[in-house]
Design a protein around this ligand. Structure first.
Ligand code: DOR
Ligand code: ZN
Ligand code: ZN
Length: 450
């Protein structure tokens, strides 16, 4: 019997390095990686003309929106943007309308997603008010919980350490990670009130409301709680040297903590705000060059676990509000992450193996996804074909996301995702979506080792 598909003439990224080989794919999985003469017959054959094949990216920080926020992004446009960016699995954040915080709200979200997604999607939930509901939310499908410390989203009083500790223990019992947006609510609110009272409405005021200290304090507080429980904590978008040092100290002590950085905190700093203005307004905000250097230094020393986009789309009107306090924080990132990182690989600033580790292997490990994150026989055929030499300019008007703006607009990059396969199916070809809505699958907690 022939297999479904053979991708020939490729450079395949495996844990043993890059091998000149072909890939045989059958039933959505990688059947064999071998020299062409050793591959089985296939119903369909595709010549990749010497391009590099990487494991599809697992972006563990994506706001897909939809439901009452579909005017910003919906499951189809968000996962199309993912496919265009070489991302084969997105993990969706719970700050939706309605908030994902119960098995019922999760089920409703999954029901909508099922018919609309182009790539695979897994879901975070916010914590419910009743901690006894945590197991049923996980059994419904949530692969992790998201805790926002900058504002209350979900059922918990985020200022109450006892409550958080009990929530952490419950999540730990279910062996799911807790992802944390670490900025201290009280610090933020006090500063914001002061700025507003002083009549400030400028970008610096926004920066002053989100000092590195607020990030560091929140990280230290959560580490203290993580010490007392058996939960695995993942720190989202670490942005400052102070926050990073607090995290690294915990890691040194042997706590099971992981972290993520975003491309915008790696490539942009205060000076980019002059040109990008409120387009680049995000939480946590862009930092100084010194902070950026600290992130890169940790990254090149293997101390950063993951890179995630924090794709957070809003309408352009929401991004350009006259009052700085009403501008919605967040930028689309799904379509820029891989080209930006491949450019650094081309420049010799980032090893390809580190890119793959931080964007595929580690995220799979954090969620215990057994057959994802690497290219190997038996693994799901989730892959991205990249032309590492292709030069292009980032052009947000061509984004598949509804959010057609970017602080990276006009940046010259080298390296481009040209084909994306999800479960063995071609979903993106040269920037176009070639699969039907509903091609992607929902990754449920109970199916994570399938
Ligand atoms: O910049 C941000 N955007 N930070 C957040 O915490 C939320 C996110 C969003 O959902 O837009
Ligand atoms: Zn966040
Ligand atoms: Zn986010």
């Amino acid at each position: 019997m022939p297999v479904d598909l053979v991708l020939s003439n490729a450079k395949v990224y495996t844990r043993r390095g890059i091998v000149k080989a072909g890939l045989a794919i059958d039933n959505g999985r990688i059947f064999r990686i071998a020299k062409e003469t050793n591959l089985p017959q296939a119903s369909t054959k595709l010549d990749l003309q010497g391009c590099v094949v990487l494991p599809g990216l697992i972006d563990m920080h994506v706001h897909l929106r939809d439901q009452q926020l579909a005017y910003k992004e919906d499951f189809f446009t968000g996962t199309s943007a993912a496919a265009a960016g070489g991302v084969t699995l997105t993990v969706d954040m719970p700050n939706n309308k309605p908030v994902t915080m119960s098995s019922k709200s999760l089920r409703e979200r999954m029901k909508l997603a099922e018919k609309r997604i182009i790539v695979d999607v897994a879901f975070y939930s916010a914590f419910p008010a009743t901690l006894g509901e945590i197991p049923s939310i996980v059994e419904e499908g949530a692969v992790g919980f998201k805790l926002f410390l900058s504002q209350r989203i979900g059922g918990l009083d985020i200022q109450d350490n006892d409550v958080l500790l009990r929530a952490f223990n419950k999540a730990g019992e279910m062996n799911v990670p807790v992802a944390v947006h670490a900025e201290d609510k009280e610090i933020l609110e006090n500063l914001k009130n002061k700025m507003k009272q002083a009549g400030r409405n400028d970008m610096n005021a926004h920066l002053e409301v989100h000092p590195p200290n607020a990030e560091m304090k929140a990280i230290q507080r959560i580490i203290q709680l993580a010490k007392e429980s058996k939960v695995r904590v993942h720190f989202c978008h670490i942005s400052s040297a102070a926050g990073l040092n607090a995290f690294l100290a915990a890691k040194k002590m042997g706590l099971s903590v992981t972290c993520e950085v975003t491309p915008h905190h790696l490539f942009l700093s205060h000076e980019h705000l002059k040109r990008c203005r409120t387009i680049a307004l995000i939480h946590p905000p862009l930092r100084t060059n010194r902070d950026v250097k600290a992130l890169w230094n940790a990254l090149t020393h293997g101390l950063i676990d993951t890179i995630a986009s924090d794709h957070a789309p809003h309408t352009i009107e929401e991004k350009e509000d006259k009052s700085i306090w009403d501008v919605k924080p967040g930028i689309p990132g799904l379509e820029t992450t891989l080209p930006l990182l491949l450019t650094q690989v081309n420049k010799g600033n980032l090893a390809l193996s580190d890119l793959v580790k931080m964007t595929s292997e580690k995220p799979a490990e954090i969620f215990n996804l057994k057959y994802r994150g690497s290219l190997d026989e038996g693994y799901l055929a989730d892959l991205v074909v990249v032309d590492v030499h292709r030069k292009h300019k980032i052009d947000s008007s061509r984004f598949l996301s509804k959010a057609k703006y970017s602080p990276f607009d006009g940046w010259k990059v080298k390296g481009k995702p040209i084909k994306t396969f999800v479960n063995g199916q071609l979903v993106m070809d040269e920037g176009e979506i070639v699969a039907k809505p509903g091609t992607g699958e929902i990754v449920l907690w109970k199916n994570r080792s399938h």
